[in-house]
Design a protein around this ligand. Structure first.
Ligand SMILES: *[C@@H]1O[C@H](CO)[C@@H](O)[C@H](O)[C@H]1NC(C)=O
Ligand SMILES: *[C@@H]1O[C@H](CO)[C@@H](O)[C@H](O)[C@H]1NC(C)=O
Ligand SMILES: *[C@@H]1O[C@H](CO)[C@@H](O)[C@H](O)[C@H]1NC(C)=O
Ligand SMILES: *[C@@H]1O[C@H](CO)[C@@H](O)[C@H](O)[C@H]1NC(C)=O
Ligand SMILES: *[C@@H]1O[C@H](CO)[C@@H](O)[C@H](O)[C@H]1NC(C)=O
Ligand SMILES: *[C@@H]1O[C@H](CO)[C@@H](O)[C@H](O)[C@H]1NC(C)=O
Ligand SMILES: *[C@@H]1O[C@H](CO)[C@@H](O)[C@H](O)[C@H]1NC(C)=O
Ligand SMILES: *[C@@H]1O[C@H](CO)[C@@H](O)[C@H](O)[C@H]1NC(C)=O
Ligand SMILES: *[C@@H]1O[C@H](CO)[C@@H](O)[C@H](O)[C@H]1NC(C)=O
Length: 680
């Protein structure tokens, strides 16, 4: 966390007001850069991203404009672009019943409910089928939506008007859509065809059937690339010693998925295949309630009943099984509100909610593009600059001369990947920090100006962060900026603009407050039993002519001790002012399974290739870390000295982990550009 007090004062003298007016004329221009001199812009050209590679078929990469098209649907024609103007995105989904994941997506009540309940009003959905059975498939899919929509009243009806079912198979569309679905194809992560391959000595051919692995969050096992022996174990609800060392073949009936898999794990089975009873769809195997407190360590998958397997097993014939994923065309693509092709990321489990999250992010992004058009003096710092290794991304910039007149500083930051597809993106989530040094002799040289956490393998993040109280850091004409992730992280391509502007308060210039001085308070550290002993009470006096004093803190928790602290535990941070005012910030989000998914509307990158959904301590994957600001003025005596003391608690107590203590990043200044933070 960056933690500092920032004092704001009134520019109330006549000359100051004149100055501010001047700024309005010089720097409040529409949208784009006026602020930096050309030479300053050239200086920041450090390693540029390599020319981006095309993925085979040119003109159809993410970000390329979507050509117009029209397709036949069950209700006439779907024409892109739509004739009505307005903000809309188009989600294109290609179904195939060869995928157990898609079968479950389209049969699960909760998945279909999620579609009706959460699809943003801006999203149009075009449903296709990859197979010969397209005409039948889409009638069936429409029926599935009808069934759930009719129970949801008006909202259901409205949504149906935005879901378009095309009875022509993808291979017969005769437009560019198949080209994108085929060339963006995929082979894993619930895209691609996950299969079980059964063999038995009496069969000429292997029996290959679709499977859906149990949900990722409660089973730790993975299928290995080996032959497993299959043993029939009834409904699997009771221990079955003969399953030892084998994959148990069990029916879905009799008890919960958890009970079965636990009974089989207790019998030392090495995996479990649960078959749906004839006529039933494949389900997403989950745990429920207290079951979820126990992690099981074997893999499990659900599939359809296979009479040949059952027969061979019951007549004592050996049956083996292996697991494979056959690549397929992509099941999802989108056209964003700007008319560009976009990837849809990873669907962690079968629910339409992932479509909604992506569409919600398109709304966020459209709004962001509007916000960056607002008047501001824009100073480009990085423009598709490579950020990698110890050096990170570096630039030296020339600041606008009359900076004093601005009371708002925003960071407009974006991270993309070395290639145009998400598959070229860095795999892990890491902390990204931006440091600034404008005066080498200042104790604030290389203080943190902004913090973000990278997305798991998605390259679409862009965020606007208001860091106005840090304006006093920019106290010279030339500033050096460094943006870094841990040096071992895979590269990102970064873009950053500093946006200087005027706040929109009442329009009365003389009432505006300008941050003019800051005081550095605390940095974090290892979140262990000694955590709070590091922090001493700090005494300070408020400079004369100060009108307002703010506390500014950027706090994130990382690591995983026995209580999952600091990333996945609920911590509180207290700032005790003058011994009586207890200002506190509590991170409740780590308790929430969808704590970060709920922040897609604020810019959290959706559908990442990792567990981005869970809430975390003060941060989310693929999001900026928002500064926490508190107006302390009423708590202070402006004429004499005041005190402040920080302490951080886990569940209301001092932290006392028994192993692997996590850490809290409070302030991070970075002397000599050495990065102090590590991964998350
Ligand atoms: C589109 O969205 C932007 C940003 O949210 C908004 O300013 C604009 O009015 C919208 N346009 C229409 C036609 O809805
Ligand atoms: C999908 O396939 C399963 C068997 O693999 C079958 O039971 C089901 O009826 C099929 N659904 C559709 C819509 O074709
Ligand atoms: C899904 O909903 C339908 C009707 O609302 C109901 O008949 C069916 O039993 C539900 N299926 C499951 C698996 O809950
Ligand atoms: C079945 O798998 C077992 C265990 O990997 C192996 O020993 C056996 O040879 C396999 N049987 C066949 C017919 O491949
Ligand atoms: C399971 O975990 C939840 C949430 O942590 C807790 O409330 C519940 O008591 C636990 N149940 C058991 C049986 O341990
Ligand atoms: C970034 O560089 C590209 C290509 O050189 C240029 O077209 C674009 O205007 C630059 N963007 C900014 C914000 O300077
Ligand atoms: C400024 O405030 C007015 C009134 O609250 C609002 O209508 C306007 O959109 C705001 N302008 C900006 C650029 O935020
Ligand atoms: C602007 O603020 C000053 C100082 O508070 C006040 O005297 C003046 O009346 C205000 N003007 C308007 C137009 O509100
Ligand atoms: C501030 O609140 C925390 C948590 O409720 C408490 O532990 C602490 O004693 C409080 N401090 C004061 C001075 O009120």
């Amino acid at each position: 966390m960056t933690l500092c007090l920032s004092s704001l004062s009134c520019l109330s003298s006549l000359s100051a007001r004149t100055l501010v007016c001047l700024f309005f004329f010089c720097f409040t221009v529409n949208g784009h850069a006026e602020a930096a001199s050309p030479s300053a812009v050239e200086e920041l050209v450090l390693p540029r991203a390599h020319a981006r590679e095309r993925s085979g078929l040119s003109g159809f990469d993410p970000g390329d404009p979507a050509p117009h098209f029209r397709v036949k649907t069950l209700n006439g024609e779907f024409v892109y672009p739509l004739t009505e103007t307005g903000n809309y995105s188009v989600i294109i989904h290609a179904f195939t019943n060869k995928s157990a994941f898609l079968e479950c997506l389209w049969t699960s009540n909760s998945s279909l409910s999620d579609l009706i309940e959460f699809l943003p009003v801006s999203a149009e959905v075009l449903i296709l089928s990859l197979d010969d059975s397209a005409a039948r498939d889409v009638l069936w899919m429409r029926e599935q939506v009808y069934r759930v929509a009719s129970a949801k009243g008006h909202r259901g009806k409205e949504i149906l008007s935005r879901i378009h079912f095309c009875p022509i198979p993808v291979y017969a569309l005769g437009n560019w859509i198949p080209r994108v679905l085929y060339s963006w194809g995929c082979g894993g992560h619930n895209c691609g065809l996950a299969q079980a391959v059964f063999t038995s000595p009496d069969w000429n051919l292997p029996l290959i059937t679709k499977r859906l692995n149990a949900r990722y969050d409660w089973l730790n096992g993975r299928w290995e690339k080996v032959q497993y022996v299959v043993v029939g174990a009834g409904d699997g609800c009771e221990p079955f010693p003969a399953a030892e060392g084998a994959v148990a073949w069990v029916s879905e009936s009799g008890c919960s998925f958890f009970t079965k898999i636990k009974a089989m794990a207790d019998s030392k089975a090495v995996g479990v295949l649960v078959y749906a009873l004839p006529g039933n769809p494949i389900q997403d195997m989950q745990c429920a309630g207290d079951e979820c407190n126990t992690t099981l360590n074997i893999p499990a998958a659900m599939l359809h009943y296979e009479p040949a397997v059952a027969q061979a097993l019951s007549s004592g014939k050996p049956v083996n099984v292996t697991f494979q994923v056959t690549p397929s065309p992509n099941f999802f693509m989108a056209i964003d509100q700007q008319g560009a092709l976009a990837e849809m990321g990873w669907f962690l489990y079968p629910t339409f909610r992932f479509i909604s999250w992506q569409a919600e992010w398109f709304d966020f992004n459209a709004d962001l593009l509007e916000r960056v058009k607002r008047p501001a003096a824009v100073l480009p710092v990085f423009n598709n600059t490579l950020m990698h290794g110890e050096a990170g991304a570096q630039a030296v910039v020339q600041l606008p001369k009359d900076l004093l007149g601005f009371d708002v500083l925003e960071l407009d930051a974006a991270l993309s990947c070395p290639g145009r597809r998400d598959e070229t993106c860095a795999h892990w989530d890491h902390t990204v920090q931006l440091f600034i040094c404008c005066d080498h002799f200042s104790p604030h040289c290389n203080m943190e100006l902004g913090r973000w956490i990278t997305a798991f393998r998605r390259g679409t993040g862009r965020w606007l962060t208001d860091v106005s109280p840090l304006l006093p850091l920019l106290n010279s004409e030339r500033c050096a900026l460094v943006m870094k992730t841990p040096p071992w992280a895979m590269p990102w391509i970064t873009s950053l603009n500093l946006r200087f502007s005027h706040s929109n308060r009442s329009g009365n210039v003389s009432e505006k407050l300008y941050p003019f001085k800051m005081m550095f308070l605390y940095e974090g550290g290892t979140f262990d039993k000694d955590y709070n002993s590091r922090f001493q009470e700090i005494r300070f006096t408020v400079p004369p002519s100060t009108k307002k004093v703010e506390l500014y803190a950027v706090i994130t928790g990382h690591g995983s001790d026995n209580n999952n602290c600091g990333e996945f535990c609920v911590t509180s941070h207290f700032f005790l002012v003058n011994g009586i005012h207890n200002n506190s910030l509590t991170f409740h989000s780590p308790d929430l399974p969808l704590g970060c998914a709920m922040r897609v509307g604020e810019g959290a990158v959706p559908n990442e290739h990792g567990t981005w959904l869970y809430g975390r301590a003060g941060w989310c994957d693929g999001l900026q870390v928002d500064p926490w600001r508190v107006d302390l003025t009423p708590q202070l005596d402006l004429s004499t000295s005041n005190t402040i003391l920080y302490f951080g608690l886990y569940e209301g107590r001092n932290p006392s982990p028994t192993r692997d203590p996590g850490y809290i990043i409070i302030l991070l200044s970075s002397p000599e550009g050495v990065v102090l933070s590590t991964s998350s």
